[in-house]
Ligand binder design. Structure first.
Ligand SMILES: [Zn+2]
Length: 157
């Protein structure tokens, strides 16, 4: 089944409430899941790592890094839906570089950690070479709930 039209997770943007705007409705929007193709350091399989999501609205577009949405993705995204797009299981993994580990991408074949810092470097390089966020759209989306009390939209230049 192709689940591309169905959001794979819901993520609520955490914001400091502004009491003066308490009666506004929250904004619900879609965010596109962005991935970069990497090669597993362990088994050399090709694997897609999630680097973040791109939110596009009339107010502008904004990139949200993987670290900010990792928990929501890991807890609600179906691993089979991710696997169909070449994305390995997202779960907490130990890391040699980050104490206590973190919710990380993994290899689809051998489940090795696909490090966040390495993916961030690849993203930087992609953008430096004139690449766009849109090119990294893997076809999956998640539902994003933005509290109306947040100044998130105004900052989405
Ligand atoms: Zn591997």
């Amino acid at each position: 089944m192709d689940a591309s039209g169905v959001p794979i997770a819901r993520w609520r943007f955490a914001a400091t409430p502004d009491p003066s705007r308490r009666h506004d409705a929250d904004v619900l929007t879609r965010a596109r899941v962005l991935t970069i193709t990497d090669r597993c350091w362990c088994c050399r399989s090709k694997v897609r790592g999630v680097v973040g999501v791109l939110v596009e609205m009339s107010a502008g577009r904004r990139f949200v890094a993987f670290a900010d949405i990792a928990e929501a993705l890991a807890s609600s995204a179906d691993p089979r839906t991710l696997a169909a797009r070449g994305i390995g299981p997202l779960r907490h993994r130990d890391s040699p570089g980050i104490q206590g580990g973190y919710v990380a991408n993994g290899c689809l074949e051998c489940d090795a950690l696909i490090g966040r810092l390495g993916l961030d470097d690849m993203l930087d390089e992609h953008l430096r070479n004139g690449g766009t966020y849109g090119q990294l759209d893997c076809g999956l989306s998640l539902e994003l709930e933005i509290p109306a009390t947040s100044n998130w939209l105004q900052r989405a230049a």
